[in-house]
Write a protein that binds this ligand. Structure first.
Ligand code: PEP
Ligand code: MG
Length: 524
């Protein structure tokens, strides 16, 4: 049976299905007492950061309850017996359950209403930590599997080993989601919008992420046809590889700069710097995994990429949390996160977190050709506030004699207000069009919603007209304009982007060869 969907990251995968929507798995024991203790400690921390994030947006009474839960979780009196039980050989989940159940029984036995009511809070706390513990033991998909389910979290994607193939097949999802972006950057085949299927998937399946579809329980003839398409695709990709080593030039001789988009510093390990013109976008929110990274961790990550680039430009974007990239302990729960406190808006409300990143960037700048850009800028005032924080931190580092450099500061053009009225930004060092968000905001079609994926097109005249006018503004004012949204690596969108006046694209590493091949075919 073939189910049709939308291709989100081109490629083919043949392998066993892994059910992403299956029941949560039980906690898996660790090899040593030390690891059991560490697992419990990190599950408690995880529960605390989740509750903290909830408490930040909750109103009076709810916030009070959550704060009570947090205080209980942080109170050693609750965890000491659990850690002691681990010391005498219990696994973390059983130790925590026993310790909490004993405490709960004590509260339940009380004849005072107040203490009896607290038993419910303790049960909640117990379950929060058990949940965090079992997520920690989430079953890993077998190598080469096709992960099939409603949706997939970015963390799940990052925790999966893709080195032996495999792919992603989602009933919902969107081609513009962050997981789709990660899949393209790692070359992991992905299809979205397959819709709900009646069966729970089993056995081997064929994922065609070139045209968008999945074949469940394939016949031998279907396997045969699939393998032919798969090899033809591989051959086309192989041919495109010949473009990798050459600069990107159109048929008419127009030179196009092609940079790469990365998320994790390790992404550069597999890229030959000679094959691209630098890094057009380093997304830093993925460094902000489960805990907020400290200055040193960030400094090392940025420095690694700058040194790899060896003098070619590296554009690092300050943290763009929020929207479809929630970060426990940082982002806030909102009813409409794409229109809420994300990107620079969030960073400006949390200068404590933002300043750490700014110092790491200023220090890393001495190691290469760094540029820094701000995400989700909507007004010139936001840019001015962010730039002022850079200036303040620069003064601080200078007074302490710490080596640093102020990089050129630019902005993402991804909120329509900037694309429509760019004249307020005549003093920024550069503009980088984020077509993923610009498209979703112009078309009012969420990037992570398969039901409106047909509307989410960069090739709609409204989006292209805005891109062309930003490119023209940049030429007129002498401000470099690039594009770092995923459309830059899409062979179907490249001709229109070059027609719109762009000469500078930044694409997922896995799309570099195909993008250069597509550029060579354009007559602009
Ligand atoms: C964009 O919006 O196009 C972009 C590059 O940023 P992100 O996908 O990280 O939101
Ligand atoms: Mg964006």
């Amino acid at each position: 049976m073939r189910i049709e969907g939308i291709p989100a990251s081109a490629g083919y995968a043949e392998g066993p299905l892994f059910d992403l929507d299956g029941p949560p798995v039980a906690y898996r024991g660790k090899a040593s007492t030390t690891e059991e203790k560490a697992a419990l400690k990190s599950a408690i921390d995880k529960a605390v950061s989740r509750l903290t994030a909830l408490a930040e947006t909750a109103d009076g009474e709810a916030a009070g309850i959550l704060e009570f839960h947090i205080a209980m979780l942080q109170d050693d009196a609750l965890s000491v017996p659990a850690f002691a039980a681990i010391g005498s050989g219990e696994p973390a989940d059983a130790a925590w359950r026993q310790a909490l159940d004993a405490e709960i029984a004590g509260y339940e036995a009380s004849d005072q209403d107040y203490f009896q009511a607290r038993a419910a809070d303790l049960r909640d706390i117990r379950d929060q930590v058990l949940r965090a513990l079992s997520e920690d033991g989430e079953a890993a998909a077998p190598p080469g599997a096709i992960l099939y389910g409603t949706d997939i979290a970015p963390t799940r994607f990052l925790e999966t080993d893709w080195s032996r193939g495999g792919g992603i097949a989602l009933k919902a999802g969107s081609t513009a989601s962050h997981v789709a972006m990660l899949a393209r950057s790692r070359g992991v085949p992905m299809v979205v919008g397959l819709g709900a299927s009646a069966d729970s998937p089993v056995g081997v399946a064929l994922l065609d992420a070139e045209h968008g579809g999945i074949v469940l329980s394939p016949s031998p003839a279907e396997v045969e046809a699939f393998r032919q398409s798969s090899s033809a695709f591989a051959a086309r990709q192989g041919k495109a590889q010949t473009f990798l080593a050459q600069p990107a030039i159109t048929r008419a001789g127009t030179v196009v700069r092609v940079q790469v988009n990365i998320a994790d510093p390790s992404d550069v390990d597999g890229i030959d710097i000679a094959s691209c013109d630098g890094v057009g976008l380093m997304r830093t929110e993925f460094l902000f995994g489960k805990v907020l990274p400290d200055e040193e961790t960030q400094y090392r990550a940025y420095r690694k990429v700058l040194e790899w680039a060896g003098g070619k430009p590296v554009t690092i974007r300050t943290v763009d949390a929020g929207g479809d990239k929630p970060l426990p302990g940082f982002t806030v729960a909102e009813t409409n996160p794409f229109l809420g406190l994300r990107g620079i808006r969030l960073s400006l409300t949390r200068p404590d977190v933002f300043r750490v990143q700014i110092r790491a960037l200023l220090r890393a700048a001495v190691h290469g050709n760094l540029k820094v850009m701000f995400p989700m800028i909507a007004t010139a005032e936001e840019y001015a506030l962010a730039a002022a924080l850079f200036a303040e931190e620069q003064t601080g580092l200078a007074s302490r004699g710490v080596a640093h450099k102020l990089p050129p500061l630019g902005i993402m053009v991804e909120v329509p207000s900037v694309a429509i009225a760019p004249e307020a930004f005549a003093d920024v060092a550069f503009l980088s069009i984020g077509s993923n968000d610009l498209t979703q905001y112009v078309m009012a079609a969420a990037r992570d919603n398969a039901a409106v994926a047909h509307l989410n097109s960069v090739r709609h005249p409204a989006v292209l007209r805005l891109i062309a006018s930003v490119a023209a503004f940049g030429r007129e004012k002498g401000i470099p304009v690039s594009l770092c949204g995923d459309s830059g690596g899409d062979p179907a969108a490249i001709p229109a982007l070059l027609e719109a006046g762009l000469r500078d694209l930044s694409v997922a590493p896995a799309q570099l060869a195909m993008a250069k091949a597509a550029i060579a075919d354009v007559s602009v």
